[in-house]
Each structure stands twice: as structure tokens, then as C-alpha cells.
Design a protein around this ligand. Structure first.
Ligand code: VG1
Ligand code: CO
Length: 543
């Protein structure tokens, strides 16, 4: 087996977005595409020589082939070791854990997360750094820079490796260690949570369902929830990962996980239900008769985390992405701990976690996590909920009602406008940005704008500045609308409009969400000239 250097020319657009590089699968399948991107990653991090990398993905179409390519490039670039999940599978949080636990130099995570998989769907590749977290912006910028001037890559001419057997093999001068994807992750969960208490809850007749959505969490949820915690077989639904996720969107929200929502809303539904996404970092939480918004889930977890052994000593602080509702801010305020507001994307939590400033983090897009890894973690959120339920012994619905009565309620919804003409979306945002300084005091629908700005973030740890992270519009009466364009889509533009309205604890706490937010939605549509620019009058997805 010999190392070869091949000359190549740059591919356009190998620019990592909110969470790595995401493109149509066929784009990734173009000859040399994965090679040039992976070589660019290694070039950007000062080479792969002597280093250890964790490699794994969510099992979607092309996962298996891309991993073989990555291993060849790593070996040819002199990497010492690759730690690979069996059959190429690793959930994103499990990959993050392995990078940390094994003190690897970094990791390559193959996933397009909640986007559908298949030859005509989406694929993705993300680089994580030694702290286990997604590469920060200076690293992704350096990678992109390399992709624009790459002229050659190193690879091996070798047979594919069999990744189905655990143990070590060699590839050129590199050791490839194939590990069980679940073992180390399950051990970490055992350290954080009281498994005996959760087991007792389940054996007392408490029922649960976990929808793995045909994606990577199936084996994790089966091993932990069914085999270890005693949930009856079948509690984990859609548990076998498939390359096209059963032709669905592995996106844990009330639209794409509707069968699960219908189940918990029925009379004989389970006490608790949850779902995760393609790569296992998102979660949706449901209780009988109730959907917990991700923003509320973060707030409830912050208020109750001390019930779990891993967080018994309290929280250093919390962080949420800017569009996430401020429900957790109220919890932090009452606890007397700091609450940070970051741009969208988990990479912005890394510095705060590394510096020990925060313990819990979350995003409105169904992501919650803590300092146990440097990614959001779907199954972790489920286990923290279960640990809290095992201690409090109340239905999810009552825990939520109790939370609102204590802190008030942040009515919240995100409206997504998908596959919008990219130019129209850009023009709309540019027009609105230009008008921002004059917006305060103007009428919007039935409401009046009280303030508006473009969100800019200065990282409190390293001082780096990230501008243009979303437009914020506050309305008199306490409402807020946020507009930003997605950085994970692969077709046209996805416009996200995030709506929030705070109701104090003594106000009306049980209005239907969309009804509670209607006036705000209309006001934001009017100020942004939404219909004029995009032609849209209603969102494609409301979460
Ligand atoms: C979306 C979410 C964001 C999340 C990102 C990656 O980004 O809004 O909160 O961090 O996906 O999640 P965007 O740019 O499309 O709004 V995952 O589970 O797709 O890695
Ligand atoms: Co994900």
C-alpha cells in the first residue's frame, strides 16, 4: 500500500455553515470532493502527523464510503490513530465524548443532522477540535481558506477496511481502532444520573416511548433505556438506523415526529415521550397531553438539574442562543447565576463551557446539553428529564404548569419559510437592516416597535466578535421577533422567524401558543415586508 499525492483544483463553496459543511449528497459524491475538504481540514490545523482523530457519523447514505476516504487521507497525512465507531456509526455527542475521553486531537463527524438522507438528499461533514466541540469560527474560516487554494491531497491506494469488527487494524502507518459506539457514552450517562432511581420509576409502571426516527440514537436508546433501565422492549421506536431514515426527516419536532405527538396526546399514551434527530444531538420532550417547547425544556432543566447527581452541586451558569426564549434567564436570575446569550450554533458555547462559566446550554431548535461533552446531547436531555421525574414523581404537564406559575410563561414559536428564493431573502434582510435605525416608534400591525438591532456577539472569553447574527425587533407590550437565515440548508434560503411573548406568573398561562403569538407574528411580517419579498403568506413549518 503506497501513499500518493494527487493534484486537484478547489471546489467552490466548501464553506462550513452553522454546523459544518452541508450539501446535497451528490455534491459530496463528486470525485475528489471529500478528499479536498478533508485535506483542507488537515492543512488548516497544521497537519495530521502523529495525531489521533475520532471518526464516525449518523449512518446516512454515503456515510460508509466517506469514512473510508477520510481514513485514507488521514493515514496518508501521517495520523497516528483513528478511533472509529463500529460500522462507522457514532452519535455527535458520543463522538464529542470520545474525543475528550481519549484525548484525541479532533474528530470528523459525518452528518447532516435533521436533514433527510439519501442519494438525492443531504450529507454533511464537520470538524471538531480537541475539546470535543465544533470548530470555532477562526478554525472554520481557516479551513474554508484552505479549500479555496488547495492544489493537492495525499491519499493511499488501499482496499476498504472492514469496520464491522471491534479491535485494532492498520492502514498504512495508522492504527484504526474500531470501538463500540455506545459503551463509553453509556458509562458517562451512568456517572451523571441516578440509574437506580430511574429504574425504580420505570418499574413502578411509568411508561415511556423514545422515537429514534430510524437514525443513530436507536442503538444508544435501546442499550440504555430498554436493556439497562428496564423500559419494556418496544419502548424505543424506529430503533434501527437506516441510510435514508425510513425516508423521513429525522427531525424531532411536532411536524416530523407527528405519530409520537399523536400518541402522547391520546388517552392511552405514555407518561413520557421523546425523540432525537439524525445524529443524536437534538431532543423533543413530551408528556401525556403536553409538548414541552425546547426553550421551556432548557428552563425546566436549569431549575431542576440539582435532582440529578451530576448536577447536585448546582450550576455555574447557563447559556442560550439569542433566538431561544428568555425562559431560562428567569431561572438563572432567581438562582443568582450568570446567563449568556450567544449566536445560533453550538460552537459558540465551547469557550463558556471550557472556561467553567456555564454548566447548561440550550437552543430553541431542540438542543440542550451540558459541560459533560461539547455538543448538544439528545439522550442526555431525556435522561435528565427522567431523573427529575423519578425524584419529583409528578406528570410532565404538572412540572411545566408549576414552572410557569413560578416564573411566568414565555410563549414561543419558530416559523420557518423554506426554499425561499435566496436573492429575495437576502434583499429582504438587507432592506430591513437598512431601516433598523428608524424602526423604533413605528407602527407594525396592531403593535408599536420599541427597539430593533442586528445581533452582534463578543465572546467574553477570547474577545472574538461575530456580527450579523440575526435581526431583533422588540415590540411594546413585551413581545419580540427575531429574523435570520438558516446556515444549514442545502436548497435556496430558509428564513426563520422566532416569536416570543412573556406572560407574568399571574397572567393567562394556558392560551394556545399560535393564538398567543398572532399579533406579534403579524407585526413582524409587516415590518419585514415578508410577503412583498418572498411571496409567502404562511410558514412551511411551525415549531
Ligand atoms: C440550525 C439550528 C441551530 C443548530 C443547527 C445545528 O441552524 O437553528 O440552533 O445549532 O441547526 O443543529 P440554522 O443555521 O439552520 O438555523 V444540528 O442538530 O442540525 O447539528
Ligand atoms: Co443534529
Amino acid at each position: 500500500m503506497s501513499g500518493v499525492t494527487r493534484s486537484c483544483t478547489p471546489f467552490e463553496g466548501q464553506k462550513p455553515g452553522t454546523s459544518g459543511l452541508r450539501k446535497k449528497t451528490r455534491v459530496f459524491m463528486e470525485p475528489g470532493y471529500v478528499e479536498t475538504f478533508v485535506q483542507s481540514i488537515f492543512n488548516a490545523i497544521g497537519g495530521a502527523g502523529g495525531k489521533t482523530f475520532v471518526v464516525g457519523g449518523d449512518g446516512r447514505y454515503f456515510n460508509a464510503e466517506a469514512i473510508q476516504t477520510i481514513l485514507r487521507i488521514a493515514a496518508a497525512n501521517g495520523a497516528a490513530r483513528a478511533i472509529v465507531g463500529q460500522n462507522g456509526l457514532l452519535s455527535t455527542p458520543a463522538a464529542s465524548n470520545l474525543i475528550r475521553k481519549r484525548e484525541a486531537n479532533g474528530g470528523l463527524v459525518l452528518s447532516a443532522s435533521h436533514n433527510p438522507g439519501g442519494i438525492d438528499e443531504d450529507f454533511g461533514l464537520k470538524y471538531n477540535t480537541a475539546n470535543g466541540g465544533p470548530a470555532p469560527e477562526n478554525v472554520t474560516a481557516a479551513i474554508y481558506e484552505e479549500t479555496t487554494r488547495i492544489a493537492e491531497y495525499r491519499t493511499l491506494e488501499s482496499e476498504d477496511l472492514d469496520l464491522s469488527e471491534l479491535g485494532e487494524k492498520s492502514l498504512g502507518g495508522m492504527t484504526v481502532e474500531i470501538v463500540d459506539p455506545v459503551t463509553d457514552y453509556a458509562a458517562l450517562m451512568r456517572e451523571l444520573f441516578d440509574f437506580d432511581k430511574i429504574r425504580a420509576l420505570i418499574s413502578s409502571g411509568f411508561t415511556l416511548r423514545f422515537d429514534a426516527m430510524h437514525a443513530v440514537t436507536g442503538p444508544y436508546a435501546r442499550a440504555i433505556l430498554e436493556e439497562e433501565l428496564g423500559a419494556p422492549e418496544g419502548s424505543v421506536m424506529n430503533a434501527v438506523p437506516s441510510v435514508d431514515f425510513g425516508k423521513g426527516h429525522p427531525d424531532p419536532n411536532p411536524i416530523w415526529a407527528k405519530p409520537l405527538v399523536d400518541l402522547v396526546m391520546s388517552d392511552d399514551g405514555p407518561d413520557f415521550a421523546a425523540a432525537s434527530d439524525g445524529d443524536g444531538d437534538r431532543n423533543m420532550i413530551l408528556g401525556r397531553g403536553v409538548y414541552v417547547t425546547p426553550s421551556d425544556s432548557l428552563a425546566v432543566l436549569a431549575a431542576n438539574a440539582h435532582f440529578a447527581p451530576g448536577y447536585a452541586h448546582g450550576l455555574a451558569g447557563v447559556a442560550r442562543s439569542m433566538p431561544t426564549s428568555s425562559a431560562c434567564d428567569r431561572v438563572a436570575e432567581r438562582m443568582g447565576i450568570a446567563c449568556y446569550e450567544t449566536p445560533t450554533g453550538w460552537k459558540f458555547f465551547g469557550n463558556l463551557l471550557d472556561a467553567g462559566r456555564v454548566t447548561l446550554c440550550g437552543e430553541e431548535s431542540a438542543g440542550t446539553g451540558s459541560d459533560h461533552v461539547r455538543e448538544k446531547d439528545g439522550l442526555w436531555a431525556v435522561l435528565l428529564w427522567l431523573n427529575i421525574l423519578a425524584e419529583r414523581r409528578l406528570p410532565v404537564r404538572d412540572i411545566l404548569a408549576d414552572h410557569w406559575v413560578t416564573y411566568g410563561r414565555n410563549y414561543y414559536s419558530r416559523h420557518d419559510y423554506e426554499a425561499v428564493n435566496a436573492d429575495a431573502a437576502q434583499d429582504m434582510m438587507a432592506d430591513l437592516t437598512e431601516r433598523l435605525p428608524q424602526l423604533a416608534g413605528t407602527r407594525a400591525g396592531n403593535l408599536v416597535v420599541s427597539a430593533a438591532d442586528q445581533f452582534s456577539y463578543t465572546d467574553p472569553v477570547d474577545g472574538s466578535v461575530s456580527r450579523n447574527q440575526g435581526i431583533r425587533i422588540w415590540l411594546e407590550g413585551g413581545g419580540r421577533g427575531v429574523l435570520r437565515l438558516s446556515g444549514t440548508g442545502t436548497e435556496g434560503a430558509t428564513l426563520r422567524i422566532y416569536l416570543e411573548r412573556y406572560m407574568p406568573a399571574d397572567g393567562e398561562l394556558t392560551i394556545e401558543t399560535q393564538t398567543a403569538l398572532r399579533e406579534i407574528a403579524e407585526a413582524i411580517a409587516e415590518v419585514s415586508k415578508l410577503t412583498e419579498y418572498t411571496g409567502r403568506t404562511a410558514p412551511d413549518v411551525m415549531t
